[in-house]
Design a protein around this ligand. Structure first.
Ligand code: NAD
Ligand code: UGA
Length: 434
């Protein structure tokens, strides 16, 4: 099958490379010329485990190509995926659909012969029909179907998530679209992935409802972590105890500094706007967003209190800046909300991250000192804050760390370390909800 993937970002590049891996002929198209030039030269613009090997393998097989010109790529394709960004619109939090609509217009202008146009971007309910309307408007002879196929991969485990999905959702309003997408995904379905076929609207809503539900689990456990902390509980035991109930499940119940990333923050806000515009209520999601902001603010207070009430002139080493391990993505990372208020109150920040330093240095205050060596980052530090649970921070030489640091405080915002072990080594150990 010949596929065009429009947008070669986290979703487009991973899905494009995975489709190529299971035998499709894929061309990824992106308006970012530098990205396409880099990809053509074998440079992968993002960090995602396993992606470089996957891309290189399929480029050398000839099944994966990169182009900046859509019309050329489109002419030989059967299926065109839209995987461009849908960021929060500045000011009102609505999903900004300008990239999706631009692509729809461009597709319309270049359509010749039947094509299936599949939206993989996360978009408000009604967008597939709007894409259809735009294409029909710019090309009255257009012969096409539109489908919705939301993506559920996570950064850091994107390839495995794509290749072994919990489910494949396809929203269609024609039999031929359903047939083509079922054929496209047949290898994954043969491997046991459930495929659910819905109408366009349900498919679009499944994506937002899923992300909002996962964000709800996180905000719920974060709120309980505060209660646990005040009353002497241990949130890791509470999560475990809750998760053993199969109706609840143990996933996404890890308390932390609040969810971040390119999706939960923007998708929860977008869902609230979608509800408002459709005249339905969104009280739970509103609370989820509020609790998440409060959790980040609470982490600033926790760090301050752990430093005897003031961060002024204290040197704090930060372990991890990205929103989660396994990615260089800094979009809405908790570090972006937690570090500036500490700097405002006079903290000196030394920061380390295994993959995100370049992205982080563009977004964080200039006063931060960035380190590529973990041990250098803690020299003379009063405290260490573990912000992101990269495995790189697991088996460190903690005796050595205590010697290099000035103080002995560790504030573990991910409950990554064993409290007793850290206390035994000689640390004043603080964590979340225990
Ligand atoms: P991204 O910003 O990494 O990539 C989007 C790409 O689209 C960019 O490279 C950009 O240059 C390109 N682009 C923009 N306009 C274009 C145009 N007119 N023609 C061609 N290319 C164009 O975004 P992403 O993280 O890959 O997310 C894409 C969509 O997938 C979003 O809707 C997001 O919510 C959703 N999603 C993301 C993830 C994730 O883990 N990042 C997971 C599931 C769903
Ligand atoms: C999330 C969803 O998990 C994917 O299914 C979805 O496709 C994607 O959003 C999307 O729509 O873009 P992602 O943002 O890559 O994926 O990463 P997650 O693993 O979901 O983590 C999101 C945030 O929640 C991170 O900041 C993480 O640290 C935090 N988190 C996660 C917690 O604080 N506790 C948890 O128990 C789990």
């Amino acid at each position: 099958m010949k596929i065009v993937m429009i947008g070669a970002g986290y979703v487009g590049l991973v899905s494009g490379a995975c489709f190529a891996e299971f035998g499709c002929d894929v061309t990824c198209v992106d308006t970012n010329k530098k990205k396409i030039k880099d990809l053509k030269n074998g440079r992968i613009p993002i960090y995602e485990p396993g992606l470089e090997e996957l891309v290189k393998r399929n480029v050398s097989k000839g099944t994966l190509k990169f182009e900046s010109n859509l019309s050329e790529a489109m002419s030989l394709s059967e299926i065109i995926f839209i995987a461009v960004g849908t960021p929060a619109r500045r000011g009102d939090g609505h999903a900004d659909l300008k990239y999706v609509y631009e692509v729809a217009k461009e597709i319309g202008q270049n359509l010749d012969g039947y094509k299936l146009i599949v939206n993989k971007s996360t978009v408000p309910v009604g967008t597939a029909r709007e894409v259809k309307r735009i294409i029909n408007k710019v090309n009255r002879n257009a012969y096409f179907d539109v489908a919705s196929n939301p993506e559920f991969l996570r950064e850091g485990s994107a390839i495995d998530d794509f290749m072994n999905p919990d489910r494949i959702i396809i929203g269609v309003d024609s039999d031929s679209a359903e047939e083509k997408l079922k054929k496209l995904y047949s290898k994954l379905v043969d491997n046991g992935a459930p495929i659910l076929c819905t109408n366009l609207e349900s498919s679009e809503l499944i994506k937002y409802a899923s992300n909002a539900f996962l964000a709800t689990k996180i905000s719920f456990i974060n709120e309980i972590s505060h209660l646990s902390e005040i009353t002497g509980g241990d949130i890791t035991e509470i999560s475990k105890g809750m998760g053993l109930d199969q109706r609840i499940g143990d996933k996404f119940l890890d308390a932390g500094p609040g969810y971040g990333g390119s999706c939960f923050p923007k998708d929860t806000l977008a869902l609230i706007r979608i509800c408002q515009e459709s005249g339905s209520s969104s009280r739970i999601v509103e609370a989820v967003v509020e609790v998440n902001a409060a959790q980040k603010a609470r982490m600033v207070k926790k760090i301050r209190q752990s430093l005897d009430g003031s961060e002024n002139n204290k040197k704090i080493a930060i372990f991890g800046l990205t929103f989660k391990p396994g990615t260089d993505d800094m979009r809405d990372a908790p570090s972006l909300s937690i570090l500036p208020p500490l700097i405002d109150k006079g903290a000196i920040i030394n920061a380390h991250d295994p993959q995100g330093l370049k992205e982080a240095s563009d977004l964080l205050p200039q006063e931060i000192n960035f380190y590529t060596n973990i041990y250098e980052s803690i020299s003379g530090a009063d405290a260490i804050v573990l912000m992101t649970e990269w495995e790189d921070y697991r088996d460190l030489d903690y005796e050595k760390i205590l010697n290099i640091m000035k103080g002995n405080t560790i504030i573990d915002l991910r409950n990554f370390y064993n409290p007793k072990k850290m206390q035994k080594i000689g640390f004043k150990y603080h964590s979340v909800g225990r």
